[in-house]
Design a protein around this ligand. Sequence first.
Ligand code: GLC
Length: 494
Amino acid sequence: MARQATSGRPVLAKQFSQERLRVRPSSREEAVVAAAEEHFEKTLVRIRGELVGSVAALSHPGGGDEALNYGEVFLRDNVPVMLYLLLKGRYQIVRNFLDISLELQSSTYQTRGVFPTSFVEDGDELLADYGQRSIGRITSVDASLWWPVLAWLYVKRSKDYEFGASQKVQRGIQLLLDLVLHPTFEGTPVLFVPDCSFMIDRPMDVWGAPLEVEALLFGCLGCCCQLMELAQKSHNSRLLEQRLVLTKQWKYDLRRYLLKHYWVTSKTMQVLRRRPTEQYGEQQSLNEFNVQPQVIPPWLQDWLEDRGGYLIGNMRTGRPDFRFYSLGNCLGCLFGLITAPQQRALFRLVLHNRDELMAQMPMRICHPPLEGDKWSEKTGSDPKNWPWSYHNGGHWPSLLWYLGGAVLLHQRLYPTADVLLMGQMQAMLEECYWMQLNQLPRQQWAEYFDGPTGTWVGQQARTYQTWTIVGFLLLHHILRVKTDDVDMLDINAP
Ligand code: GLC
């Protein structure tokens, strides 16, 4: 484990900056891409004779445990798969995936409207996991929120508007929205979830309103509106109109809430530190969550530098989670949750903290890791989530394309904004791309990497992990083959 410098930066990672220039383009690019495409084809599976999506990983070394589910089709792991298939014009597989997931949307009393975490064909039977087979038996919330996003991106790209406006899709959306837009004991627009309910599916103290879920909810509501508008065009209905108004309002309130409580910069921190505490009553409060200045971690000062900004991981009364979560922040850009200047502040922060976030295997899932007593208390002494490993500060190559997508989409939407910064981001992305290209084939396209510099293949990592392979192919496509195609990721465009 790395010693922490006083700034909170790992000493080992610091040394890496001098070595950074060693990353070079490789003449093996074509061969690596061709091999990755071959592996990817092998991940695609058939259900009822039709290709429907990818298994999570091709091989499971040390496995032999039948209960391990890497041979299943996970909804979240199939997000990059579906996007890659859309880019390649293989629309039918995406349509099959959407159809099967919709067919499996839960109709039982307690989970009505929930989409499965994963599914698999067993003989003639289609088995779905709604959480009943996972660690902690927790239902994934992200799978359900991703479905409308994928459905909208499919409709937009393939122009299959009929599917988007169809009764089954519209019904699926309404069932899902029922899970969000209903009265509760909470007066806020966020979705409350238990620990382990998204990509981070082992205890990591990410219960409540974790950024990744809330950013996805924002994207999901936007895509539900787009799909409802499609139906509204073909058959105007008053009920649908009411739902649209309510969903748009919810999305608006959610955005305001997240920008107010999750977005931090050096400037906002200085104001926040001087806020009054113990504020009751109904008047406009400066500190609704009663956050004491003492809970602000010391590493935050250097992390933010002067002009950086990011969305914090969670907000809970008195206890904001200041950890940086890569996926939630990238989704915040891709979905347009944060403004264009805020996106650039985030890019500045990524550049400034590049040694931590990218290190030798881009990109770290969350920073900093929980260590010592905090690790044992919050993870239940989970050895898989040992500091700098797996979800607890590990490096996941599958996350890099999300950052790539965010940066390249930003450049497409705001081509003249801060060209110097965006040039630096582009250069960093390219280096990260070459790092993956040089390492991943040797490391058998591992699931995740461990240690403060992300050099070691994760202790329990699967190999030939689908989203590692397809994430690389997606980045290769938008960075090296056809940058215009990044427009496809813009959920806000018609
Ligand atoms: C692990 C990951 C989860 C992923 C699954 C399949 O459980 O934590 O995010 O979906 O593996 O790859």
